[in-house]
Design a binder for this molecule. Sequence first.
Ligand SMILES: [Cu+2]
Length: 124
Amino acid sequence: MSRVRVPAARRLVVATALVGVVFTALYGLNAAYGGPAGIELKLSEFKFAPARLDVNAGKNTFKLVNVGVVEHNIVFPKLGKGTGAIKPGQTGSLEVTLPAGSHQAVCDIPGHKEAGMVMTIVAK
Ligand SMILES: [Cu+2]
């Protein structure tokens, strides 16, 4: 009985390890290309990081991380798309279809854009 169980357990360990390696590789690719995990932008006082970004034209998903100490958001004024306020330490998500060209994104909480919270996203 134990002679059967040991190899089965080993096969399970190997299979589990392989699934882990494949999953990690796929997740890394998704993150690098802005897949389901999204393209990460950090929001703080009073800037976006990065302040300039190149993306593929078409549908993009942004992961917004507020690393600051007050609420922030991101809005594409000309596209009429944006998030609600994201609290400090919280994460938001925005899916937006970007036509080829240069797009300005801002934080439209009063005073933030004026303080420099503006970024450029170039879709190619
Ligand atoms: Cu802001």
